[in-house]
Design a protein around this ligand. Structure first.
Ligand code: FAD
Length: 494
């Protein structure tokens, strides 16, 4: 999808067009301390060098930037933004570019400010568990560093090998264990951010309690680069668990999935760290496009991956075994396995974490919806979507049907469903059938149209399904306070 696919989007003439003087300025700023730029105006630059910054992870959105700036320090970010603001050059912050809503790549020719070279871990306090690091640190690298200190990063997700902690903060990513370790809105203690006029906002607090005025860092968490650039953060990290167990169940109905969740919370209480839902269609895709074997023999309508994390192996196993006995006795689950060692544990997680990548291999495209819903109706959205696409003759086995499969999975413990529609090719008929219908469906249940992936370009026109006009007006007023020239993240978010 290039900007041409969105007829309502026009390049805003308020923004300046990049010229050689701008490039010289940026070159000069980053040349010290090992920053760098990729300059598309330079005829000797291979145009494909810009692709990694112009194309998103889903391969759905494509921008046309001619300049990627990779600063090394907060001071450089400040100089760059100040200049862009004075010249009215539009800017897109970019982390690991793994976001799924078209937020991290330009729509037209915005300058990409990529945080990849700001990747230092600054300090870790073993007593408090507070980690201080640059926004560009890859999530997995932060967690590996913490593992050596017997701690863990309080967020984990499938893109951990590429996404950056700053990108995760900017999207308020939820991930696999929010159920246990809470949201980044609670674990991030402090933030350093650069405002569009170059002001550096130093809120690098390491305290758990700080009730002095408005909690401004919260405005940056989940703001997707709309207000400024997160350059550093402090985050409180828990001890690494001494015992981790993973079980994988086959479940005969969604009603029983709900019962299993209720029983799991009751039996496992503080050690329940993940409760992930997968439907059979998602597991058929993983069968087809990964090298892992389905862990339970027969096919079941639903599967659950349940994880416990605790400090005492015997205690945790006792609790898990009691839960499983209960689930089997009451015929809530029909089949299940418990990982016996680290490698089995990894395979069970791959059956869940691999779904997104297997979906990407199913056809040529995937329509993705990431919604929060009350648990009782969470899976109804998948059934209703399937039915709608069948009724409109868009879903079927023949190659005339654009839709291959409708898949539901997600972080059920947090009421978060990922509804994914795999298509043979992106097709306007499918898009029109889904939007705004999916958002209307979600709004009718007072759900959220964006649980954890953000708004980006994809959901900008639909914010009104989750927020009132008064709230949207206040957000726009705040934007004007932070970014009166509107240079940050144009065409997206709200
Ligand atoms: P990008 O994709 O580069 O950027 C995302 C947005 O944040 C953009 O709007 C960008 O402009 C802005 N941004 C980036 N860095 C900064 C910064 N330093 N300051 C200001 N703005 C910035 N998300 C979940 O919540 N839970 C999951 O379980 C989950 N699983 C995923 C699994 C896979 C396989 C993939 C590909 C994605 C998954 N995601 C998940 C999506 C998730 O949003 C991203 O993986 C991650 O949070 C984005 O980090 P990033 O560094 O790649 O950011």
């Amino acid at each position: 999808f290039t900007a041409d696919s969105y007829p309502f989007l026009k390049r805003d003439p308020r923004y300046a067009t990049l010229n050689e003087t701008d490039i010289d300025f940026f070159k000069n700023v980053v040349k010290s301390e090992g920053g760098s730029i990729v300059n598309g105006l330079d005829k000797s630059t291979d145009p494909s060098d810009l692709d990694a910054f112009n194309i998103d992870w889903t391969n759905k959105y494509r921008g046309k930037t001619e300049l990627v700036i990779k600063p090394k320090t907060t001071q450089q970010v400040s100089q760059i933004l100040k200049y862009c603001n004075s010249r009215k050059l539009a800017v897109v912050p970019q982390g690991g570019n793994t976001g799924l809503v078209g937020g991290s790549i330009p729509v037209f020719d915005e300058v990409v400010l990529n945080l990849g070279l700001m990747n230092k871990i600054h300090s870790f306090d073993e007593l408090s568990g507070v980690l201080s690091l640059d926004a560009g640190v890859i999530l997995e690298n932060a967690d590996t560093f913490l593992a050596e200190k017997d701690h863990m990063f309080p967020l984990d997700l499938g893109a951990k090998g590429s996404c950056q902690v700053g990108g995760c903060a900017a999207t308020a990513a939820g991930g696999l264990r929010l159920l246990r370790y809470g949201s980044l809105r609670g674990t991030i203690l402090g933030i350093e951010a650069v405002l569009p006029d170059g002001t550096v906002l130093d809120n690098m607090v390491t305290l758990r309690k700080d009730n002095t005025g408005l909690d401004l860092k919260q405005l940056f968490i989940g703001s997707e680069g709309y207000l400024g650039i997160i350059t550093r953060l402090t985050i409180i990290c828990p001890r690494r668990p001494r015992s981790t167990n993973v079980a994988f169940f086959g479940v005969p109905s969604y009603e029983n999935v709900l019962k299993a969740f209720s029983e799991s919370k009751s039996h496992l209480t503080e050690i329940l760290s993940a409760f992930e839902l997968m439907d059979n269609t998602s597991q058929r895709l993983v069968d087809a496009h990964s090298s892992t074997q389905r862990p339970v023999e027969d096919e079941h309508p639903f599967y659950v991956l349940l994880e416990t994390q605790g400090s005492n192996k015997d205690h945790d196993e006792q609790k898990l075994n009691a839960l499983i006995e209960n689930l089997i006795e009451n015929e809530i689950i029909t089949d299940g396995v418990i990982a016996q060692d680290e490698s089995q544990l990894r395979v069970l997680w791959e059956r869940r974490e691999g779904i997104t990548e297997c979906l990407a291999k199913a056809g040529s495209g995937v329509y993705k919806y990431d919604v929060s819903l009350p648990l009782g109706v969470l899976y109804d959205l998948v059934n209703d979507t399937k039915q709608r696409l069948i009724d409109l003759d868009l879903l079927g086995e023949s190659s005339d049907h654009p839709v291959i499969d409708v898949v539901g999975f997600g972080h059920m413990g947090d009421g978060n469903l990922h509804l994914n529609i795999a298509v043979r090719n992106y097709d306007k008929r499918v898009e029109n059938a889904l939007q705004p219908w999916v958002f209307e469906w979600v709004a009718s249940q007072r759900g959220s149209i964006s649980a954890e992936h953000g708004l980006g370009l994809l959901k900008k026109p639909y914010v009104g399904y989750s927020k009132t006009p008064e709230m949207i007006a206040l957000m726009k007023n705040l934007k004007n306070v932070f970014d009166p020239n509107g240079i940050m993240l144009p065409y997206k978010y709200v």
